[in-house]
Write a protein that binds this ligand. Sequence first.
Ligand SMILES: NC(=O)c1ccc[n+]([C@@H]2O[C@H](COP(=O)([O-])OP(=O)(O)OC[C@H]3O[C@@H](n4cnc5c(N)ncnc54)[C@H](OP(=O)(O)O)[C@@H]3O)[C@@H](O)[C@H]2O)c1
Length: 247
Amino acid sequence: MDQQLTGRTAVVTGGNKGLGLAMAEALLAEGCQVVCASRTPGRTGGLRERFGERVLHHETDVTSPESVAAVLRAAEDAFGGVDIVVSNAAVRHDGFVKKLSVEHWRETVDTCLTATFLLTNAAIPHLTRRGGGRIINVSSGMARRPTPGAAAYSAAKAGVEMFTKTSAIELARYGITVNCLSPGLFDLGMGLDLQQVPGLWEKHLAKIPLGRAGTGEDIGRALVYLCTAASSYVNGHVLEVDGGYLG
Ligand SMILES: NC(=O)c1ccc[n+]([C@@H]2O[C@H](COP(=O)([O-])OP(=O)(O)OC[C@H]3O[C@@H](n4cnc5c(N)ncnc54)[C@H](OP(=O)(O)O)[C@@H]3O)[C@@H](O)[C@H]2O)c1
């Protein structure tokens, strides 16, 4: 098959582990250059070994405006410009509202939501210089599913979805589309944490009409759709990648 994104450059936050690694791999397979941005120095999840100089890791804290600006500059310096940004990095701290610490609330909201704003805000001049581009944010089915103990994460992810829709309207004039992937239950990354609680994984699986958890290939294909010409008229959309998760 032809590679659809040859010569394009993407920055993927958290692109070295879990869903981010699967998405970075999918972009690389389509011919992209990819900068994986995360805190762990040098971590590309084996992508550097497989895809060589088309992959870089940039030590980045997505909650810091300076650090986010620096990774975009690094991508431009290395590859000549930025065409795609994927706001994927996240942390999740659960806790009932009555007991949730303000530190855990802040870290969750800063990493999931404020970081998404910081990346979009800093990416606009880079994408505009290329005549447009694609911004893809990552939310969660938890954005629409109230769950005891998940207030910080769910509220932050709901914010990501509305931020996506608002920035899509504002940035269309620059040729930039902004869309969102909303994963359901995945057999990688933080989805695997559910397997630590007896019965919880099975409880979620029972709600998935397709009868299985999502895979790295599932999220990678959905991301590629939002980055290629197939989705050129899709803007401000939240794409649920969840096998039809019920309720
Ligand atoms: N897995 C699922 O089933 C599932 C379901 C719904 C939604 N999601 C969403 O999918 C996305 C990926 O989740 P995942 O399961 O792959 O999570 P994960 O395996 O825990 O990976 C999280 C990534 O975020 C990076 N990160 C965390 N804090 C950061 C910071 N301050 N600065 C830079 N990077 C940071 C981590 O890298 P470092 O530690 O190196 O910084 C890591 O690469 C998230 O947005 C998550 O909410 C996942």
